[in-house]
Structures are given as structure tokens and as C-alpha cells.
Write a protein that binds this ligand. Structure first.
Ligand code: SF4
Length: 500
């Protein structure tokens, strides 16, 4: 392939899976000489990595595409691409709604992007690369058309030198009635353990200290090889032995697949984060059935009990949908009850929005008025915030080892550059930050082993290492602390003295 001298602008919405995809696409293009810009007007290549989970996210992309119609007239050489979930879901519709778009590339074809951009620049016809529809072919054929995109990682291109996402599976077979993911990411396919382990080993040898394993239902991981079935717990055990890796997290868990062997692995492996994200979605059996979640509230409660019994210190977070089809006040109150008794660390609360292509969109009436959805959303959020603050306040006075992630939002707002970030995505995200003079004690941010966010003043050289922090106060979302050690272990080095 030819070397380019192009300017790339990329916008990413959605989940961690999309963030990882963007990192890898950017790395592939930078290898060909592309440079990142945060100024869409300067870019000759514009990519939108999209999400279809909510209508709002799609509207934003279509509006952004609409704004580019005029810039395209002025810059005929510009290539505009829509990639990811919305590309897979809407396909030709994107060209119809925005004819100035050159490329539509689904989640299973990301490896083709550099070549497709080249082809678009040479000839102006639309390029569509998407996977098969799940209803149009056999499972094997559809699976083959969704290729997991896991090229060799380049340390220069990662957003953070000491943290990395590692994909362990793609797709989903649960078919919850509200969700487009089984269509946009295809059938559930686990990656071979040997590939995951070699990627993790390589990342660790390059200085990565924390990996987050990604999968739509990560605890459903299964891979048969050499007469043996690898489960998520087996994978954690094997990853735990990798020298240099100090923290292993994984998201997102599916309640029904929360097996005892996995909980025991989380309990027994000291480098595995004591944190589980297990979306409940509703506390009402009628709603859960309508959502086709495959469990009852009683079963979810039983799972919560097993987590608490096995790993008492474990932090658990959840997702809820409010205003799903037919959700009565009584149903909603049952969700509130579940939230109240479960005392989640935090919850992501969404107002239901029907997605074309899903069973709920086809068969169920979206009959909860918008203002009721909004009110329930606020009520649930207020309850969660109250619980989070109460639970955080119980941690005041305690000490925790913290992996220092970077400058806090406040420090970044004050214009300090984050020395943690040297790679690909940084250029588009923070180029507006000024080169403010270095403060001796800017505010840093990190996380406890249970994934709680902690801010404290410290030397930016600590970023990427572990420090012990004493918690003296809290908000709903954050613990406030002070460093209680004058030594820290920097990523990839021995203990170093530090003036904190
Ligand atoms: S488990 Fe349900 S909500 Fe989660 S990705 Fe699969 S279909 Fe969507």
C-alpha cells in the first residue's frame, strides 16, 4: 500500500468496544502516514465510528453528516466514512440519507478500511462493506462474515501506555428484545485463548499494567481447543500469571452466566479487580420476560447473594431501562426496590427508545409517555446517587492502593497536559489543552481495586504506578484522598523514591 500524507479526523461514540476499534483503525491508518487532527475542517479523511444502541446517538451522527455536505462541495477530495454498528445496521440507507458519504463499513470489515479509503479517493462511487444479515444465511456463514478486528497492537498508538482493552469475544446470541447488538455485532464468537494470552503478554512486555477484557457478555466466554473447554475463569487464571500485569478487569457480565467458578476466580486471584458489572435492566418479572432477558428477579437476587457470599468486598454496578413497553408504575417501583436492596456502586439508567430491527420495535408498543420515562429516569438516578454517596461515605478514613490513571478532570480543565497519554486518540481529544506551566501537586485520578474513582494531589510522575491513598471525604461519584506513602511502584520499574 502507498504511503499517504493525509489528515484524519475520527469521532467515536458508544461503548469500550468502539473505543478499541477506533484505536486499532487509527493505528492502521497512522502506519500509512496519516496524521490525526481534531479539526474536522482540516481533515481530508473523516470517519464516524458509530453506535446503534440508542436513537439519540444515531441522530447525532446523521446531523454531523448533514453539516459535512457543504464542506464536501468545497473539498472534493475529502473521504467521509461511517463505520461500526450504525454502518452494519443502516447500510445503503446511509448513502440515501447522506449521498456525500463515501464509505459504509460494518463492525466485521474494519480491517478493510485503509484499502477502501484508497479506492474511494481514486473513484468516487460508494463503497459498502458489511456482514451478512443474521436472517439471510446459516450461522456459520454469518459468523464468518463478522471478522473480529484484532491486528497487532502498536504501543505508540495506544491512548494510554499502561492500560489497554483486550477483546475476548465478539457478538451476542441473547437477543434481548430491545437490543440491536446481535444484528450489528453478529453471532457470539470467542477468540482463541492462545491469541488472547499472546496479546496480553505482548501488552505487558510493552509496559501495560492493567487490561480490561471486553465482550458483550464477557462471562459467556467459551472456547473448545485440544479437547478442553476454556471458560472465563480459566482465562483469568492463565492471564494472572503474566508477568507485569497488575490488574485485570472485565466487562460486561450477563446475569445468567455468572458461574461459581468465575466468582471463585475473582475472589482468589489477587490481580483480578473485585468489581462486576451485571446489568439487571428491570426489577419486574413481567418486564424481564418482555425484554427476553432469560432470568427472573428472584434469579438475579440469587446471583447477587452468591456474589456477596463469595466476594463480600466486591463492588457491583448495573444497567436499568426505564419506560420499556408496558412498564407500569408498579413495575417501575419493583426496579426501584431491586436497586435499593442491591446497593450498586453505580448504575447506568436509560430511557427506553425503540430500535428498528429489534423484536420490541416490531411487536411491542412503545406506550410509556416521554415525560413519564424522564421522571422515572430522574427518580432512579436520584436513588442511585443517594446509595453511591452513602456507600462512599463508609469508606472515609480507610486506605486503598490506587492505580494512578492520569490528571483529574479538574487538572485537565486547568490546562495541564496529561503525560499518561502519548498515543493515537489523544491528538483528537486534547489538542485544545494549553501547555500550562507544571504545578508541583496537580490533582490526579485513579481507581481502587473495586473500581472506585479516587482523586488526590500528587506528582504526575506517579501516573501509571500504584500509590496508597487515605480517603478523607467523598461525593456521589468520587472518593477524595491524600497520598500516605512516599514511595510508589512505577509501571515497569523498581520502587522509586518520590516527593509527593
Ligand atoms: S445480552 Fe442482550 S442487551 Fe446485552 S448485547 Fe446481548 S442482546 Fe444486547
Amino acid at each position: 500500500m502507498s504511503e499517504h500524507n493525509h489528515l484524519l479526523y475520527i469521532e467515536t461514540v458508544g461503548c469500550q468496544m468502539n473505543m478499541l476499534d477506533s484505536e486499532l483503525v487509527v493505528a492502521a491508518l497512522r502506519h500509512q502516514g496519516y496524521q490525526l487532527t481534531s479539526d474536522v475542517e482540516q481533515a481530508d479523511t473523516i470517519l464516524f465510528n458509530t453506535c446503534s444502541v440508542r436513537e439519540h446517538a444515531e441522530h447525532k451522527i446523521y446531523s454531523a453528516l448533514g453539516r459535512l455536505k457543504h464542506s464536501r462541495r468545497q473539498r472534493p477530495g475529502q473521504v467521509i466514512g461511517v463505520i461500526g454498528c450504525m454502518a452494519q445496521k443502516d447500510q445503503e440507507l446511509i448513502f440515501r440519507r447522506a449521498p456525500h458519504v463515501d464509505l459504509v463499513v460494518g463492525t466485521g470489515q474494519l480491517a478493510q478500511i485503509p484499502e477502501l479509503i484508497d479506492q474511494s479517493r481514486e473513484g468516487r462511487q460508494h463503497r459498502l462493506a458489511v456482514s451478512l444479515d443474521r436472517r439471510d444465511a446459516t450461522r456459520q456463514q454469518v459468523s464468518d462474515s463478522f471478522q473480529s478486528y484484532d491486528p497487532l497492537r502498536d504501543p505508540e498508538m495506544r491512548p494510554s501506555p499502561f492500560q489497554a482493552f483486550v477483546r475476548i469475544m465478539i457478538g451476542c446470541d441473547k437477543f434481548c428484545t430491545y437490543c440491536v447488538v446481535p444484528m450489528t455485532r453478529g453471532p457470539e464468537q470467542s477468540r482463541p485463548p492462545a491469541d488472547i494470552l499472546s496479546e496480553a503478554r505482548r501488552l505487558a512486555s510493552e509496559g501495560v499494567r492493567e487490561i480490561t477484557l471486553l465482550g458483550q457478555t464477557v462471562n459467556s466466554y467459551r472456547y473448545a481447543v485440544d479437547g478442553r473447554i476454556w471458560r472465563m475463569s480459566d482465562l483469568l487464571l492463565a492471564l494472572h500469571d503474566i508477568e507485569g500485569l497488575q490488574r485485570i478487569k472485565f466487562v460486561t457480565d450477563f446475569p445468567r452466566d455468572m458461574s461459581d467458578d468465575l466468582l471463585q476466580a475473582v475472589r482468589d486471584l489477587p490481580r483480578v479487580s473485585k468489581y462486576l458489572h451485571v446489568p439487571a435492566q428491570s426489577g419486574c418479572d413481567v418486564m424481564l420476560k418482555r425484554m427476553k432477558r432469560g432470568y427472573t428477579v428472584g434469579e438475579y437476587r440469587e446471583m447477587m447473594g452468591r456474589i456477596r457470599d463469595t466476594i463480600p468486598e466486591c463492588a457491583i454496578s448495573s444497567d436499568f431501562i426505564v419506560g420499556f413497553c408496558g412498564e407500569s408504575e408498579d413495575s417501575f417501583q419493583k426496579s426501584m426496590d431491586l436497586l435499593r436492596e442491591s446497593r450498586f456502586k453505580n448504575s447506568f439508567i436509560f430511557k427506553y427508545s425503540p430500535r428498528p430491527g429489534t423484536k420490541a420495535h416490531e411487536l411491542l408498543a412503545d406506550d410509556v409517555p416521554e415525560e413519564v420515562k424522564r421522571r422515572r429516569n430522574h427518580e432512579m438516578l436520584a436513588l442511585q446517587n443517594q446509595i453511591s454517596e452513602e456507600d462512599n461515605s463508609r469508606l472515609i478514613g480507610r486506605d486503598f492502593p490506587i492505580l494512578v490513571e492520569g490528571l483529574s478532570k479538574t487538572a485537565r480543565k486547568e490546562g495541564l497536559d496529561d503525560p499518561r497519554v502519548g498515543g493515537a486518540l489523544q491528538e483528537s481529544q486534547s489538542s485544545q489543552g494549553s501547555q500550562a506551566g507544571c504545578d508541583d501537586h496537580p490533582q490526579l485520578v485513579g481507581r481502587t481495586m473495586c473500581d472506585r474513582i479516587v482523586v488526590f494531589d500528587g506528582n504526575p510522575r506517579m501516573i501509571g504506578g500504584f500509590v496508597d491513598v487515605h480517603v478523607y471525604d467523598c461525593t456521589q461519584t468520587t472518593l477524595l484522598g491524600t497520598i500516605i506513602t512516599r514511595e510508589y511502584q512505577h509501571a515497569g520499574s523498581d520502587l522509586l523514591p518520590i516527593l509527593a
